[in-house]
Design a protein around this ligand. Structure first.
Ligand code: HEC
Ligand code: HEC
Ligand code: HEC
Ligand code: HEC
Ligand code: HEC
Ligand code: HEC
Length: 499
């Protein structure tokens, strides 16, 4: 086949070769991912982003080479040449080149269309967000897979719909690629995420905020760090909405997101986990109530200058999809689920000790957990150690598995680094405002009453459980005797360091 003279130059030939190779690689990888569904995130990255870039470079080199050659030839011949390249379809060479050009352009445009569509989809996929920068995103991705939102794509919460947030996320993505490539990312990634799309625009696409949620019954088993891993049960009725569905969310926990309610707050500048100023506006009457800590009220002249934050879903559900559980929490769960033996003495206690140590890497953690458990039983309970070797191996592997789901040493991710605000035991959560110390001028307090948000329907050792009927409630009894300390202090006072 004859082609125009101008094609025969090194630039065009190399360009053609690059384009051809990329084209076949594209077809080959596309076929693999299409027919065998062997999509790994790297394959996607190659098919839809890297190969098309090479294909494009190859194709663009062909005309560049041709133009350069024509120019050069023209300079040599100078006289009697037309300025622009002309195309004569009666000339076989021109016709061949023209046909190749048209066919390859059509294929290229077609591939570009598929490619950009797929690239768009791919860059929005959970595997792209969760696994591409594996080390950095591992904690979020792993916790996400164990959450209620496992079937909700990352972008549904982090980007949402609309071209404008799509562009914003891709632009900030460029910076993230740079920071990952050069190791400039912070560990742990700081929260609250300042540029997260407002919850009103993301969560509320799926969750209707005015929806009534019936009160939830929570039956929890706790295992104390004593010799017998003593079980203690608590049955809690959580007042998500009102007692009667007809009342909707006029009372109860979701009262904060009632359409007539607006709550603004100011965080402490030195400790973002502290809330120093709260204002409740009744949007029906426009009446406002301001609550402040009596001990250290904000300077009134400051209040007008500081930007306030309006409370939304994230202020309570701070970990809707990446909840890192505390060791006490996940070990209790493992006991309850039967994954750990309750009759292995002091198991809770030694597990807490090992899990509450901070390790530089995952591998060291695995090693120390194994060593720690073995040494503990070998020296403390040699009989059990010798008789129950297999059981102890299983215990070690369970603890390691649970560790890997919740604690990520490389990224410094722990339950402490990312507190869950929807409770008040390991982090202050609700008690950031509901500590009984935020008071208004007319003497109203944001209540810490133990029956405001839930009632205790049962508590105690399983064989002597104290119980009451629904709509009644027990006074809280702390599982171990600490006197009045649980009333006088915030739970976090002890619990944030306990585990
Ligand atoms: C249900 C909504 C939701 C989904 C789905 C979701 N996230 Fe998040 N994510 C959040 C919220 C809310 C925060 C911020 C919490 C804060 O500011 O305290 C967050 C925070 C993060 C952070 C900051 C560090 C951290 O742990 O807080 C990263 C990184 C992250 N998400 C990545 C992902 C990835 C990757 C996926 C998908 C595998 C994903 N997210 C899916 C809601 C979601
Ligand atoms: C794309 C839809 C979607 C979006 C967006 C979404 N969720 Fe969800 N959410 C769900 C689904 C589905 C469930 C699971 C419902 C179930 O299991 O009954 C759920 C469950 C929950 C639960 C109950 C959790 C539990 O453990 O039972 C909470 C709390 C929640 N979502 C909060 C949020 C918050 C906060 C956001 C915004 C950051 C959000 N959701 C965004 C779909 C979504
Ligand atoms: C004042 C804190 C607070 C705010 C604000 C809040 N929630 Fe909740 N929400 C809770 C608590 C506490 C529960 C019950 C315990 C739990 O599931 O963790 C709950 C329960 C839920 C559930 C599960 C209900 C069930 O019974 O299955 C969903 C879904 C939910 N919230 C979504 C939202 C969304 C969406 C928003 C924002 C529009 C929001 N919440 C705002 C505290 C809050
Ligand atoms: C930013 C501050 C703030 C946070 C955080 C907060 N609240 Fe509130 N909450 C308020 C204010 C203000 C009121 C109204 C106090 C009053 O009655 O004067 C209130 C009232 C309530 C009420 C009573 C509603 C009614 O009238 O029936 C419940 C229940 C409640 N909160 C639960 C929670 C729970 C559960 C959490 C944590 C998941 C939480 N709150 C976190 C500020 C907050
Ligand atoms: C402002 C609301 C609020 C107040 C006041 C409150 N709690 Fe809670 N409490 C919660 C929420 C929300 C949860 C988490 C429920 C869930 O996860 O479903 C919780 C959980 C608990 C749990 C279960 C612990 C766990 O997570 O395993 C206990 C026990 C408890 N509270 C005791 C108390 C006691 C005792 C008081 C009084 C000093 C109190 N609470 C006051 C909101 C409140
Ligand atoms: C003075 C310190 C202190 C305070 C304050 C405190 N606790 Fe505890 N708590 C403990 C100790 C110590 C244990 C026993 C730990 C163990 O044996 O595993 C414990 C155990 C518990 C357990 C069982 C734990 C588990 O995970 O196995 C629950 C539930 C609990 N506390 C709830 C609360 C609540 C709710 C509050 C706040 C109203 C609170 N505690 C305040 C010291 C405290």
């Amino acid at each position: 086949m004859k082609l125009p003279q101008s094609v025969y130059n090194w630039t065009s030939v190399i360009g053609g070769a690059i384009a051809l190779v990329s084209f076949f690689m594209f077809v080959f990888l596309f076929a693999i991912s299409f027919f065998f569904d062997e999509g790994s995130s790297y394959l996607g990255l190659f098919i839809y982003i890297i190969i098309p870039i090479f294909l494009f470079i190859g194709l663009i080199l062909i005309p560049i080479g041709m133009v350069v050659k024509i120019r050069r030839d023209k300079k040599k011949e100078k006289a009697g040449v037309l300025k622009m390249p002309y195309i004569d379809l009666n000339n076989t060479r021109h016709r061949n080149a023209f046909i190749i050009f048209i066919i390859s352009t059509t294929i290229f445009l077609f591939l570009t269309a598929i490619g950009s569509y797929e690239a768009f989809h791919y860059s929005e996929s959970v595997e792209f967000c969760g696994t591409l920068c594996h080390k950095v995103m591992e904690p979020e991705y792993v916790a996400y897979q164990n959450s209620a939102h496992e079937r909700v794509a990352c972008v549904e919460c982090h980007v949402g719909s609309g071209a404008d947030w799509y562009m914003r996320s891709k632009l900030s993505g460029l910076y993230q690629i740079y920071s990952v490539a050069f190791g400039k990312y912070p560990t742990p990634i700081p929260t609250p995420l300042e540029n997260l799309r407002p919850a009103r625009e993301t969560c509320e696409r799926c969750h209707w905020p005015e929806k009534f949620y019936a009160r939830q019954l929570r039956v929890e088993k706790y295992f104390l760090a004593d010799e017998n891993n003593t079980e203690w049960d608590i049955i809690l009725e959580v007042k998500t909405s009102s007692a009667y569905s007809a009342h909707g969310i006029q009372e109860g926990i979701h009262w904060h997101i009632h359409p007539d309610v607006k709550i603004d707050y100011i965080r402490d500048t030195s400790d973002s986990k502290k809330i120093v100023w709260v204002q409740y506006t009744d949007l029906k009457t426009n009446e406002t109530t301001v609550y402040q800590s009596e001990e250290e009220p904000l300077d009134p002249s400051l209040i007008t200058t500081i930007t306030k934050k309006t409370m939304d879903c994230i202020d309570c559900h701070s970990r809707p999809s990446h909840a890192y559980k505390s060791p006490s929490h996940f070990i209790n769960n493992a006991f309850t689920a039967g994954k750990l033996p309750k009759d292995l003495p002091e198991l809770k206690s030694i597990a807490m000790e090992l899990l509450n140590t901070s390790y530089p890497t995952k591998d060291t953690a695995m090693l120390f957990i194994e060593k720690g458990i073995k040494e503990f039983y070998k020296s403390g309970y040699p009989d059990i150690f010798n008789k129950k070797k297999r059981l102890i191996e299983e215990v070690i592997s369970t603890i390691q598995t649970e560790f890997n789901k919740n604690i990520f040493p490389e990224m410094k991710v722990t339950w402490k680094a990312y507190p869950d605000h929807s409770s008040h035991i390991e982090s202050n959560g609700c008690f950031r405002c509901h500590d009984g110390l935020h008071t208004s001028k007319n003497g109203k307090t944001i209540s810490k009453d133990c029956n405001l948000c839930h009632t205790i329907l049962g508590q105690g050792y399983p064989d002597s459980l104290q119980r009451v009927m629904i709509n009644e409630s027990l006074e809280f009894k702390h599982p171990v005797d600490i006197g009045e300390a649980w009333q006088e202090n915030l739970c976090t006072e002890c619990h944030k360091d306990l585990y």
